[in-house]
Design a protein around this ligand. Structure first.
Ligand SMILES: NC(=O)c1ccc[n+]([C@@H]2O[C@H](COP(=O)([O-])OP(=O)(O)OC[C@H]3O[C@@H](n4cnc5c(N)ncnc54)[C@H](O)[C@@H]3O)[C@@H](O)[C@H]2O)c1
Ligand SMILES: C[N+](C)(C)CC=O
Length: 487
């Protein structure tokens, strides 16, 4: 039984409730996890509050906190293969992708460990004679952290590492569907000897455990990664005590392909953009915007290659794309495509579940290309979060950017061209947190990540990712105190 971690102890849910964790490749149960509730969430928040208000952790020198975060990275590196296997079992993603995720995760812990003590604040040139003035960083306090199922441990690492480096205490709630790697990393943090109550893990549903983290007055910051509707609910709940709110939400990410782009590279990257992890990526390039003069050739080349994508178990070397996460999500993706068809989109390839008898136990959907798409269609505007790409046409540079920006989202986008001035002009006008030029889906710890518009609030990774977990305090000192005789 996988348990909940509160104040240094592993416990079951008081209600005795449990949840089966399902492998999306074959629907087999891979673990049983304690199903926490508001009760465990409150208990964990109290533990984190106590560790922040009365514990030593927030007062450790930043250098020592950095060393502890490095130790956690070392343990993750030691158990890299076990973590990668757990992630693939839980999510269905290929083991190669999971191994890359684990490299990235260790790198994130190392990055925040390294920068923990690199910014001691600012000396301010005070305008008042005989005074000093400085701005210092302090931890925000108790952090609630809620993560999604698509990159379970990667998204957790973007929250855990900076929160710890900055001296906060925390309660994390992973997705109820994919908690296994988060549980393992909490075991590793325990092994690292992190003080009791600093890190707490509550398993369970969003509308009870997640809501408690968002609404509870003892929490100072809620950091959420997930869907836009949940993000809106969390923002409302967080208003109860005017918490700090950090939201990493969805995306409907355009990829602009100009006729002068390297054709084969652009076709290849258009596929990587959307079919990696079966399109279950916030920044998946699900919206292809292709210059009219190459549109037909581009679509034909794409279809030829998409037909050959190999679906299967993430543990088989030949597999290129795994299943979707759940039966409900499969139905949602199928329904999204059906809506597109009703609106006039043409299924150029895919558009259904695979016939292959080997794949019938898993939640598979064929890689799908929808052509004849226009900006007003729901398939072009909504985040499908599956292996489905829509194709639109443009004829001028100005039109390409206008189409790309015609969205409530603003997470990421790509532009493919060999004219670098044109690429930079487009990048400057694209209203997104990340723009890739001649590439897709790249992220690394040094660069900030987050969304414009309804894709979120705040930034993870980079220096900004640490600042999200810091308060700034101005300390002013009068060097010649004396009565001012005002009253
Ligand atoms: N911007 C990013 O960096 C980023 C990264 C990964 C995923 N995402 C987004 O995540 C979404 C997919 O993840 P998902 O389906 O797990 O999202 P989701 O919003 O359904 O769930 C995310 C988490 O929120 C919890 N939750 C659900 N209801 C809640 C509530 N009322 N209060 C508090 N917590 C609640 C869930 O239990 C889960 O842990 C996509 O929209 C994707 O784009 C964004
Ligand atoms: C942020 N990223 C790209 C790692 C995963 C999004 O779902």
């Amino acid at each position: 039984m996988k348990k909940i971690f509160i104040n240094g102890k592993w416990i079951e849910a008081n209600s005795g409730e449990t949840r089966d964790i399902i492998n999306p490749y074959n629907q087999e149960s891979i673990a049983t996890a304690a199903e926490g509730s508001r009760e465990e969430a409150k208990f964990a928040i109290d533990a984190a509050r106590g560790a922040f208000d009365h514990g030593e952790w927030p007062h450790w020198p930043a250098h020592d906190r950095g060393k502890k975060v490095h130790e956690i990275a070392e343990l993750i590196e030691r158990d890299h293969e076990e973590l990668a296997e757990l992630e693939s079992l839980d999510t269905g993603k290929t083991i190669i992708e999971s191994r890359e995720d684990m490299d990235d995760i260790a790198g994130v812990f190392r990055y925040f460990a390294d920068i923990a003590d690199k910014d001691g604040g600012d000396i301010i040139d005070s305008p008042i004679p005989d005074s000093t003035s400085r701005a210092v960083h302090e931890p925000v306090g108790v952090c609630g952290q809620i993560t999604p199922w698509n990159y379970p441990l990667l998204q957790a690492s973007w929250k855990l590492a900076p929160a710890l480096a900055a001296g906060n205490t925390l309660v994390m709630k992973p997705s109820e569907m994919t908690p296994l790697t988060s549980i393992k990393v909490f075991e590793l943090m325990e092994e690292s000897g992190i003080p009791m109550g600093v890190v707490n893990l509550v398993l369970g549903p969003g509308d009870s455990v997640g809501d408690e983290l968002s609404v509870n007055d003892k929490v100072d910051l809620i950091s959420f990664t997930g869907g836009i509707e949940t993000g809106k609910r969390i923002m409302q709940a967080a208003s109860s005590n005017v918490k700090n709110v950090a939201l990493e939400l969805g995306g409907k990410n355009p990829n602009i392909i100009f006729a002068d782009a390297d054709f084969d590279t652009a076709v290849d990257q258009a596929m990587n953009a959307v079919f990696f992890h079966a399109g279950q990526i916030c920044s998946a390039g699900t919206r292809l915007i292709v210059e009219e003069s190459i549109h037909d050739d581009f679509v034909n080349a794409l279809i030829d290659r998409v037909k050959d994508i190999k679906l299967g178990s993430g543990f088989e070397e030949s597999t290129q794309m795994g299943p979707l996460i759940s039966k409900e999500h499969l139905a949602k993706v199928a329904n999204y495509v059906e809506n597109g068809k009703k609106e006039g989109a043409t299924v150029a390839v895919g558009g259904q579940k695979p016939d292959d008898s080997q794949l019938q136990d898993g939640f598979f959907y064929l890689p799908t290309v929808l052509t004849d798409c226009t900006t007003d269609m729901s398939v072009v505007q909504d985040e499908g979060f599956g292996p489905v790409i829509t194709v639109e046409k443009f004829s001028t540079e100005e039109e390409s950017v206008r189409l790309a920006n015609d969205s409530i989202y603003g997470l990421a986008g790509g532009v493919f061209t060999n004219d670098i001035a044109k690429a930079e002009r487009c990048a400057a006008k694209m209203r997104m947190g990340t723009v890739w030029i001649n590439d897709v889906n790249l992220y690394f710890p040094q660069a900030p990540w987050g969304g414009y518009k309804q894709s979120g609030i705040g930034r993870e990774l980079g220096k900004k990712g640490l600042e999200e977990y810091q308060e700034t305090k101005h300390v002013y000192r009068n060097l010649r105190p004396a009565p001012i005789d005002w009253f």
